[in-house]
Design a protein around this ligand. Structure first.
Ligand code: URA
Length: 219
């Protein structure tokens, strides 16, 4: 990947983030503190896609920076990756909330919010053109693979995603953190199996880059 390509991708993502930050298509767009567009390496080979920002992400404007994010960092580190190696975002960019007597609670994004936000996600995928996508949790998986996707039975296998990009689905780190007793380690073991498949596929030799990306025609 040339420096010019990297700079151009970063510019396209920054421009798309600016447009996304003005979006008010959904009610949650008017309630959120920050539009959490996504962040990471614009040339990442792995794109990690979660569900939607939570309270901490909404406050800081960055994806996966709360407790689930801490576990995601450990999951990535387990396969030799840091946040600088990957690109991280969500299927919706505003925090989906539920008003309760105890205050605002996180909730899963609804189908309209997911559809409204899809163009922003599609743009990110089109700019990144990652080698692989890791979808975290059922809402993210279903948004790519259809509503019938049953995470417990169907995670841990490769599927064909947008632009033919292979997608691996694993449990969302927040789901892992909600497990109790012996279930935690059982679920972590499944996640580990899924992550090992991602590592193995990243280690396969990369296909030849198109000649335009080979750097011969720069300058
Ligand atoms: N959960 C998500 O799905 N995304 C975040 O950014 C944080 C928590």
């Amino acid at each position: 990947m040339t420096t010019r390509e990297q700079t151009e991708r970063a510019r396209l993502l920054a421009e798309a983030a600016r447009i996304a930050s003005a979006c008010r298509k959904c009610a949650i767009g008017g309630e959120r503190r920050n539009n959490v567009y996504g962040e990471g390496n614009p040339c990442a080979r792995l794109m990690v896609i979660g569900e939607g920002p939570g309270e901490t992400e909404d406050k800081l404007g960055r994806p996966f920076v709360g407790r689930a994010g801490e576990l995601l960092d450990k999951m990535l580190a387990a396969i030799g990756l840091s946040r600088e190696d990957v690109y991280i975002c969500n299927i919706v960019k505003c925090r989906p909330t539920l008003r309760t007597p105890g205050g605002l609670r996180n909730r899963a994004p609804d189908p309209i919010e997911i559809a409204n936000c899809r163009a922003f996600l599609d743009e990110q995928i089109a700019v990144l053109r990652p080698a692989l996508i890791l979808a975290l949790g059922a809402p993210s998986a279903k948004s790519f693979l259809g509503p019938a996707f049953a995470i417990t039975k169907m995670r841990g296998r490769w599927y064909e995603g947008p632009h033919g990009i292979p997608i691996m689905v694993t449990f969302h780190p927040a789901y892992v953190l909600r497990q109790t007793g012996g279930e935690i380690n059982a679920v972590k073991r499944l996640v580990w199996n899924d992550l090992k498949q991602v590592r193995a596929r990243l280690d396969e030799p990369a296909p030849e880059p198109p000649i335009e990306q080979a750097g011969l025609f720069e300058g």
